[in-house]
Write a protein that binds this ligand. Structure first.
Ligand code: DGP
Length: 113
């Protein structure tokens, strides 16, 4: 989608600090980090949020889950990090392209705000 920020980051039309990429997904540093490690992992395919994941997308989401531990390890936070996906405005989703936050590098309190 040409008007989607994260689609434009995936195509490199908008620069980002990438940490991992394969055929299915791209991971890059959050522009406004909420923790010492704050990486966003997005599918290359445009999916609005987890609410819009179809059965056909299950492999995409599963693949992203499978690469997150390696990304976390490469960022030095293996064994102590959080994965978050905000869905909709009430949860604070500001970019309508499915993304998973990887947060780590400090103690993370619970429940989140
Ligand atoms: P969310 O609020 O869950 O939709 O998270 C969106 C995140 O995207 C937020 O933490 C800030 C980040 N973000 C927004 N615009 C950009 C950008 O242009 N580049 C990068 N790297 N991150 C961005």
């Amino acid at each position: 989608m040409s008007d989607c920020l994260f689609c434009r980051i995936v195509t490199k039309e908008i620069p980002s600090s990438g940490v991992y990429e394969d055929d299915v997904c791209y991971a890059f540093r959050d522009i406004n980090p909420a923790a010492p490690v704050h990486v966003l992992v997005v599918p290359k395919k445009h999916i609005g949020s987890l609410d819009e994941v179809s059965k056909a997308d299950a492999a995409v989401v599963g693949h992203i889950m499978s690469v997150i531990p390696a990304i976390a390890a490469s960022e030095g936070v293996a064994g102590g990090y959080r994965v978050v996906s905000n869905i909709g405005p009430r949860a604070g989703q500001s970019v309508k392209h499915l993304h998973f936050h990887i947060l780590g590098g400090r103690d993370l309190s619970w429940p989140p705000g």
